[in-house]
Design a protein around this ligand. Structure first.
Ligand SMILES: [Zn+2]
Length: 314
């Protein structure tokens, strides 16, 4: 019996690693890393040159995985950072008395999935469930996404009031998820949508970027280097500079004008809406605008711009 459980978990660990996800052992039937902490580091093996944390020790190497899981029925942890994953964790209330805070006390919202559906509606985006999906022991949903290249997105906790919303956590660099095949509270984590991992939608990435530095940073982007690309680059740079260079009290107005101008190019098929929204949002945040207000302004500007589509002559 124990042997079967070991084999099952070993297979789960190998399957995750085959997908390119860096795995490490969690305590059997638990979600806590089964590797020693810094305080009890023996300074041998992996730690011979200094203590390594689970994120650094997580591996893709099948030999190491076989050796580790031969020792016991460890649950499988995936280190999201080295695996380039951003996992959106849609949780369920822990009890029927747990109701949404005022901000999310809306018809139809009973869990994290309801909050995400509402966010999608507000952003005019499809519900992003066409990606690899795991159901947690508590019937929560883990949506797996590929992290945007070269960007360290943060873990967020919905119940802290700073994440995406009530009952939505995100796991990225520095975070872990319990992989399918593992068990907690006697109940399994199971893959419920065996799909490839989709890219993290741009509007979600925009909402998960770390808080901006207090100093104003220039917003820079890089489009194709051909003639059309150069024209677009200049157009985008100009509009972003309009926002980052706007004076106090003028930020929202500048953001609206920039959104209208870029909205024309989006409707003309020259730029992608999600990307444009991300750029404009970064510019707005850099000048200290609130994210909610900025997103509203961007959306209405893009909508106004869409009434007069613009294309670039080749
Ligand atoms: Zn150590």
């Amino acid at each position: 019996m124990t042997h079967d459980r070991n084999t099952h978990l070993l297979r789960a660990a190998l399957a995750a690693a085959e997908r390119g996800w860096h795995v490490f052992p969690l305590w059997p039937g638990d979600k806590r890393p089964a590797l020693h902490g810094e305080k009890c580091c023996p300074r041998t093996g992996d730690c011979a040159n200094g203590h390594l944390k689970w994120e650094q020790r997580a591996t893709l190497d099948p030999d190491r995985i076989e050796r580790c899981w031969a020792h016991g029925p460890y649950n499988v942890g995936i280190a999201c950072g080295p695996s380039n994953l951003v996992v959106v964790d849609l949780d369920m209330p822990k009890s029927p008395d747990e109701t949404p805070p005022e901000e999310w006390a809306l018809p139809g919202i009973t869990d994290g999935a309801g909050v995400l559906a509402t966010l999608c509606e507000r952003h005019g985006q499809p519900y992003p469930d066409d990606t690899h999906t795991v159901r947690s022991w508590r019937s929560g949903t883990h949506l797996y996404f590929a992290a945007p290249e070269g960007e360290a997105l943060r873990n967020t906790a919905g119940d802290s009031g700073k994440g995406l919303g009530w009952k939505i956590d995100t796991r990225a660099a520095g975070g872990l998820v319990v992989a399918a095949g593992s068990v907690f509270g006697g109940r399994p984590y199971e893959t419920v949508h065996q799909a490839p991992v989709a890219s993290l939608p741009g509007w979600l990435a925009a909402r998960l970027r770390p808080a901006p530095l207090p100093e104003q940073q220039p917003v820079t982007i890089a489009l194709a280097a051909d003639r059309r690309g150069r024209w677009l680059q200049a157009a985008v740079d100009g509009e972003l500079a309009r926002v980052t260079g706007s004076g106090g009290g003028q930020h929202n107005n500048a953001l609206y004008i920039a959104s209208v101008a870029l909205g024309q190019l989006v409707k003309g098929g020259e730029l992608a809406e999600a990307e444009v929204t991300g750029w404009l949002l970064s510019a707005a945040i850099n000048v200290g605008q609130g994210e909610r207000e900025a997103l509203r302004t961007i959306a209405s500007g893009l909508k106004a711009g869409a009434a007069r589509p613009r294309t670039v002559a080749a």
